[in-house]
Design a protein around this ligand. Structure first.
Ligand code: DGY
Length: 425
């Protein structure tokens, strides 16, 4: 059975290949997405290393002159997707793209490929190193608001956790302008309405795009003056891990100047971690920057201090306590939102479902920090959901039923690279 799933996973990656880059799934997401591509490279690397590096190289072709690597690269216009290039009107690089970024897992994926590879992998990584370092600089400058100790985000889509109730705090402060252009959603044509974000959430997503367009996608203005500004434990911990991994690559590739600069980023990430600690919930939570208010639920991003090797022993113990509490409530860890918090819906996108990429990095961090049993459960629960339902975008955390996109690239890739029982990891 797992062998058949391995073959099916390879077939999905090949079928979603659009000539050097991979779409997350046909129709619903018809372009190259940033963190999707990075995870996809790990899957390709299990059977075609050349193709794995090509995925990352094509992603970086979309990099902006200011260093940002955008969340979507539009190589051609596709009527199946809204909002496409004519809505974003974002031209900070050589290719049309979205005007925001996505969680920076790229450096960590490159380190994985180098660590499991040979001289050829080191050469490929060396050619990309400066571009990735530029992207990390961008996070630490353009996305660090004046006076704030951590990197932040200006749009829920930038966090990758689109409609997680974490973002309600930022959305509650926003008005939808009366002159917001009318638009037609395409996601609800390709997926069930009960599994996707609401109309009001979409209005706010588009409102932020309008602001970005109005300031000519000046990223510093978007951060400091834009309608939405929150700190995200997901981006924070993923970037801290990526800074550490890029630091490691700097050693391997003999780049001492870069190593010093990265040490500074790492020190900032470590000392900024407390900013995200919600003392009431005793968990790392999203935070609205202008009011200082914390989100009041444990999301899958709250489970990432282990992956970043961050947080005090007490903070980590408390995080493990939340995972125990939640693990007793759902059959499939790790839900994207807290089953005990308002807004939990086990089938709705980031309001509950289990996500393959989150389980991968959460489990990896837990295993590295010695929490072996919990790491195994997080990996095993994802594998069980895939075995039960197939290669969906995400899974109902209570039933394991597949949600939204089918034949999904990162699910296939992370099955091959990590969740399949045929992997030793
Ligand atoms: C979408 O369109 O749902 C994407 O998540 C935006 O990046």
């Amino acid at each position: 059975m797992p062998l058949d799933l391995d073959q099916k996973a390879r077939d999905i990656l090949k079928q979603n290949d659009r000539g050097g880059y991979t779409v997350p799934t046909a129709r619903l997401y018809p372009y190259q997405w940033n963190w999707d591509s990075a995870f996809v490279a790990l899957g390709f690397a299990t059977f075609d290393r050349e193709r794995a590096w090509q995925e990352l190289e094509l992603l970086l072709e979309g990099q902006w002159r200011d260093g940002m690597v955008p969340h979507i690269i539009f190589r051609r216009d596709d009527p199946d997707y809204f909002p496409g290039p004519s809505v974003w009107q974002a031209h900070g690089g050589d290719l049309p793209s979205g005007g925001i970024s996505q969680p920076p897992v790229l450096a960590s994926v490159m380190l994985d490929l180098v660590a499991s590879g040979n001289d050829a992998d080191r050469t490929r990584a060396a050619a990309l190193f400066d571009k990735v370092l530029d992207w990390h600089r961008w996070w630490h400058s353009a996305r660090t608001p004046d006076g704030c100790p951590v990197v932040c985000t200006v749009h829920p889509w930038e966090t990758g956790r689109d409609n997680c109730p974490d973002w309600d705090l930022g959305f509650d402060r926003m008005e939808v302008p009366a002159d917001l252009e009318p638009y037609t959603r395409m996601d609800t044509v390709h997926a069930d309405v009960s599994e996707r974000p609401s109309k009001l959430q979409y209005d706010k997503y588009v409102t932020i795009i309008k602001f970005g367009r109005d300031v000519g996608w000046d990223q510093t203005r978007l951060t400091n003056e834009g309608p939405f500004l929150m700190a995200d434990p997901g981006i924070h911990f993923i970037l801290l891990r990526a800074d550490r991994d890029l630091r490691h690559l700097a050693d391997i590739l003999d780049r001492p100047g870069a190593a010093d600069e990265l040490d500074g980023f790492i020190a900032k990430g470590v000392s900024g971690t407390d900013y995200l600690w919600n003392p009431d919930l005793k968990a790392f939570c999203a935070r609205e920057v202008r009011s200082g208010a914390f989100s009041q639920g444990f999301s899958s991003a709250s489970a990432l201090p282990f992956y970043a090797d961050a947080g005090s022993p007490d903070q980590r113990d408390s995080t493990l306590g939340h995972l125990d509490r939640i693990g007793a409530k759902v059959d499939f860890l790790v839900p994207s939102w807290d089953p005990d918090a308002p807004g939990f819906e086990p089938q709705r996108y980031w309001c509950g479902p289990v996500w393959p990429q989150m389980n991968t990095i959460i489990s990896k961090g837990l295993a590295e920090q010695g929490h072996t049993d919990l790491a195994k459960r997080v990996r095993g629960d994802l594998a069980a959901a895939i075995e039960k339902s197939g290669f969906f975008e995400c899974f109902n955390t209570v039933t394991g039923a597949g949600c939204i996109g089918t034949d999904f690239s990162w699910t296939a890739a992370l099955w091959l690279a990590w969740a399949s029982p045929n992997r030793k990891t």
